[in-house]
Ligand binder design. Structure first.
Ligand code: CP
Length: 315
């Protein structure tokens, strides 16, 4: 297929072909990353600006590695230490980044919709690296790639997403990436941490809600545990952390309810001992580190599709 998108803001309106194009291109990037010299030229002369107004380890570092591997120049800006701290508006920050020659702006922001605002006010390609509770499209795509690599064709595979769904941009983007590939999703977690329409049965297409985690995991093909977002909790959503862990924490006993070898994933950072036991997080089924590794290749694929020239041959 011919790639036509200028930005990666959300995957909620992407076709199955577009998602597959990213996953297939990711496969080519995995080959680049396996070379003795990990370098290819398609972004030579391009500048990628990493504008992170919220903290990040995996996403920021993997975008930086992805851009450098494809020979781009990289500029890092965070809210702390930049003129955002002096009160500069998002609009002025974006115009400044464009004046400095950014071809791609990768941005993380606490406000849902901020990447849309930016994309309408810059000539650069904008990639959403996580906005508020709204979307984290590159995480959804890397989770889909990781699950497809582990399970093969995802058609008719049933994946459980458990935890703090209401605050989770990852849950939304996982659904948007996995359902078009044919997977079905069982959402699980406390009713107070589910969007109200979803807990009343009006879940997105391809998903269902099962509050009992043991029932949700029974016979599942894989599970994605979400971080309990303590920083986004309002008072009264949970009786206590201990109660949350007792009812919705991923333990060895619980993951053994899934199909033999069914993988365990988590976008990170993990609250070990809260939503996932350390034994599970680092156990034989865990793909947590594979997710991080695949994140570089997926982000290379997106940069390449948005602004790359069509050669992966080393020069
Ligand atoms: N999964 C994820 O977005 O991790 P970071 O916050 O470390 O980027």
């Amino acid at each position: 297929m011919r790639w036509t998108r200028r930005h990666v803001l959300d995957t909620d309106d992407w076709s199955t072909e577009e998602i597959q194009a990213v996953l297939d291109t990711t496969g080519a990037m995995v080959e680049v990353l396996s070379r003795p010299v990990r370098r290819a030229p398609p972004l030579r002369g391009r500048t990628v600006v990493l504008f992170f107004a919220e903290s990040s380890t995996r996403t920021r570092v993997s975008f930086e590695l992805a851009a450098r591997t494809l020979s781009a120049d990289v500029v890092n800006i965070s809210a702390s230490g930049s003129s955002v701290e002096k009160g500069e508006s998002l609009y002025d920050t974006v115009r400044t980044l464009q004046a400095l020659g950014g071809d791609v702006v990768v941005m993380r922001h606490g406000s849902s919709g901020a990447p849309y605002f930016v994309s309408e006010r810059t000539d650069a390609a904008v990639i959403n690296a996580g906005d508020g509770w709204h979307a984290h499209p590159t995480q959804g795509l890397l989770d889909a790639y990781t699950l497809r690599a582990a399970l093969g064709d995802l058609a008719k595979k049933r994946i459980v997403i458990v935890g703090d769904i209401v605050h989770s941009r990852v849950a939304r983007s996982d659904i948007n990436a996995l359902v078009p590939l044919g997977a079905t999703i069982t959402l699980s977690g406390p009713p107070t941490l589910m969007p109200s329409a979803w807990r009343c049965g009006q879940t997105p297409a391809g998903t269902t809600y099962e509050p009992d985690l043991d029932r949700a995991l029974d016979g599942a093909d894989g599970v994605i545990a979400l971080r309990l977002q303590k920083e986004r909790q309002e008072g009264g959503l949970l009786p206590s952390l201990r109660e949350y862990t007792r009812v919705w924490g991923l333990t060895e006993a619980r993951v053994s309810l899934m199909r033999p070898g069914a993988p365990v994933m988590h976008p990170g950072p993990m609250n070990e001992g809260v939503e996932i036991d350390a034994d599970v997080a680092h156990g034989a089924r865990s793909l947590v580190e594979r997710q991080v590794t695949n994140g570089v290749a997926v982000r290379m694929a997106l940069l390449y599709l948005l602004v790359g020239t069509p050669t992966l041959e080393a020069s």
